[in-house]
Design a protein around this ligand. Structure first.
Ligand code: C5P
Length: 242
């Protein structure tokens, strides 16, 4: 049994622990939820377990399609054994439908417009500077990633979308957009890291348009955890037992 040894870092919603194997770490999903660069924060009981379960299913789907991720094994209701990655300070966003920061930046695009083809955008992962949008040239200027790494992140984000979009469609959910984070493993292979769940994606119920993701928290729509439970049950096909 893999055991957490020492806490090596603590993010806004997850803790990372070292293990006896220097190439592997344990991610622990907490009940914390934050928005607005961490200014708004709360604890929602069960969120950690729900997000661990949803991330498990989605990362397994990607791995099964030969998309390299950090996922190894889920070792507890809220814990995942993953490959240790050297993370790039980037948030890579793939969009299928226009909303959120895209329609603020490009005001000529109407909310809910279905994009003719998915687009990939990069943001600096930095709360102090409010996660600014980065062009590929900016990424090179800041020496965050090489052109080859940028190309690979775009390819993997699109490939992930090719798996996730039809998966969600089958369970009656529109995958509006999602955020990925990437890092190099100890062998230098670029992999999808972090988590994939309603904290990092926009999910709309196809039949009703109901928002099922973290926008319920950001926009004070209420019943956040009830909707995460619904996503868990639709994604995993299992009843949530807590
Ligand atoms: O705010 P924006 O429209 O750029 O968000 C695009 C996608 O990235 C959404 O699914 C959002 O949940 C996700 N995101 C995230 N973490 C951030 C910013 C955005 O997971 N810091």
């Amino acid at each position: 049994m893999k055991k957490p040894l020492k806490e090596v870092s603590r993010g806004k919603t997850k803790q990372v622990y070292s293990t006896e194997d220097p190439t592997q770490v344990i991610l622990e999903f907490s009940d914390r939820i934050t928005a607005g660069d961490g200014k708004k924060r709360d604890e929602l009981p069960n969120k950690g377990v729900l997000n661990c379960g949803i991330s498990t299913k989605l990362l397994q789907l990607l791995e099964q399609t030969d998309i390299p991720t950090h996922y190894i094994e889920t070792i507890g209701k809220d814990k995942m054994l993953v490959r240790k990655l050297e993370m790039l300070p980037l948030e890579v966003v793939l969009r299928n439908i226009a909303t959120g920061s895209l329609i603020k930046r490009l005001q000529m695009i109407k909310e809910k417009t279905v994009l003719k083809r998915p687009i990939v955008e990069f943001f600096l992962k930095n709360d102090e500077y409010h996660d600014p949008f980065l062009s590929e040239e900016y990424i090179a200027l800041l020496e965050i990633a090489t052109p080859e790494e940028i190309e690979e992140m775009i390819r993997l984000a699109k490939k992930a979308n090719d798996v996730l979009l039809p998966f969600f469609k089958k369970i009656g959910i529109d995958l509006v957009d999602f955020k990925l984070e990437f890092g190099g493993d100890t062998a230098g292979i670029l992999r999808i890291g972090d988590e994939i769940n309603p904290d990092s994606m926009r999910l709309w119920d196809t039949a009703t348009g109901r928002i099922l993701d973290k926008d319920r928290y950001r926009k004070d729509l209420g019943q956040v955890i009830e909707h995460y439970i619904e996503v868990y049950e639709r994604v995993t096909g299992k009843k949530f037992e807590g």
